[in-house]
Design a protein around this ligand. Structure first.
Ligand code: ZN
Length: 410
């Protein structure tokens, strides 16, 4: 597939490419040991700003059927995310979903959110494109349709289930190639008094905290509030509330309804956030050019730190092998020459090599068998949880390295 020539929201061709992370394998394409010699596909990872609507987006799109067929991120493996979704489920039940109403979650993963609504007098339906994950969800009692959500899928659901009182889409908007069709689908599935709730990583946090590693092929769009409002407006919907969340390094949760719906918009809150985005410079090229230059500095500092430690005889391992870690490892070219191994709690990553950089991933017990002096935390959004779990490592003299926004030892 070629580079995009038109913005995913407004169709403008005024796209400013500001960051080139280079040819990169897919962030979740961990390699089985027996496949390590096989050719490894990699794709451009370049980011641009639309000068018309302010959407930051990748300008090269890997076909979704390549990316999401066997997606291996299982939400339930993280205690932080389980707690976060349990709270959202309580809010939905208390404020938005009436008795017997239909709640649909798009990209429902293994049912980590919907599970909290089992036995609560609402009808739940998950929609999950990854076959292996949809199967797990159904086995655990969360009714799940194995499909990509789009306007056609929305029509099918509406025909068989009726209108939805609540539609939820967490951490999926960024993955959607055809945003207009997606929002059209949401709008057609919603009841007239229905509510759409979506969470996505917030561009203001990505920008302010130099979270460049959250850029990978699966994330096609990086949203500030302004282009989101335009996107929903184009499909006859309006935002009525917005809340910042701490998860994933800074997440925005939006609440939308059909235009003229029953809920009053908190325009002061939304206006204040737009002012803040403007103050940060999120709609102009200058801020992003500086961002790109800061990313280059981060790479130089992190490599200097790791090489210095290695030279001094220290051993370094990686804690957590999240998708974003692979952006960082590939861009910085950190491989088995600098670190001993990686550990991750997900059994789906263990006994695999990291894509591109070929570092072996083990379970956390490896840390007891093969001692290291430093742990580079790539899942930095889980740093508190990880450092608490690894308290004994710290007590025995071990240290942590946090790479973002500037490399530091903790
Ligand atoms: Zn645009």
């Amino acid at each position: 597939m070629p580079n995009i020539t038109a913005c995913r929201i407004c169709g403008s061709g005024k796209l400013h490419v500001f960051l080139r992370l280079g040819p990169t394998p897919l962030a979740n394409s961990f390699i089985k040991p027996e496949r390590i010699g096989d050719p490894e596909p990699s794709y451009p990872l370049d980011v641009c700003l639309c000068n018309e609507c302010g959407l930051v987006q990748l300008n090269y799109v890997v076909p979704p059927e390549v990316m999401f067929k066997d997606y291996i991120y299982f939400s339930s493996t993280s205690a932080t995310m389980r707690g976060h979704f349990a709270m959202l489920a309580s809010e939905v039940l208390a404020d938005f979903a009436g008795k017997g109403s239909l709640v649909v979650e798009i990209a429902s993963n293994d049912g980590v959110l919907l599970r909290n609504m089992l036995g609560k007098d609402v009808r739940i339906l998950g929609v999950e494109p990854a076959t292996n994950i949809a199967l797990k969800a159904n086995e655990s009692g969360v009714r799940t349709l194995n499909d990509f959500f789009n306007s056609g899928c929305a029509r099918k659901i509406r025909a068989s289930e009726g209108p939805a009182k609540v539609v939820i889409a967490n951490n999926v908007l960024a993955h959607v190639p055809d945003l207009k069709d997606f929002v059209t689908g949401v709008s057609s599935l919603l009841a007239d008094d229905g509510v759409f709730i979506a969470e996505f990583p917030y561009l203001a946090d990505l920008y302010s905290h130099l979270e460049f590693d959250t850029i990978y092929h699966e994330h096609l769009s990086y949203f500030s509030l302004k282009p989101i409002i335009r996107l929903f407006g184009q499909s006859g919907m309006e935002l009525f509330d917005v809340k910042k969340q701490a998860v994933h390094g800074g997440t925005l949760r939006i609440y939308a309804q059909k235009k003229g719906g029953p809920r009053k918009a908190s325009s002061g809150k939304i206006g204040g956030m737009l002012d803040e985005e403007k103050r940060l410079g999120l709609y102009g090229n200058e801020a992003y050019d500086k961002f790109a230059s800061d990313v280059g500095t981060l790479r130089a500092e992190l490599l200097a730190l790791l090489r210095g430690l290695k030279k001094g005889g220290k051993k370094i391992a990686i804690y957590g092998a999240p998708a974003k870690g692979n952006t960082l490892l590939n861009y910085c070219k950190i491989g088995a020459d600098l670190v001993e191994y990686a550990v991750d709690r997900s059994p789906y990553k263990q006994n695999h090599y990291t894509p591109g950089t070929h570092i072996m991933v083990y379970g956390p017990e490896k840390l007891d068998e093969s001692k290291v002096d430093y742990l580079l935390i790539l899942a930095w959004n889980m740093a508190d949880e990880i450092m608490a779990q690894q308290a004994s490592f710290k007590q025995s003299g071990g240290k942590f390295i946090l790479p973002v926004p500037r490399p530091r030892i903790a």
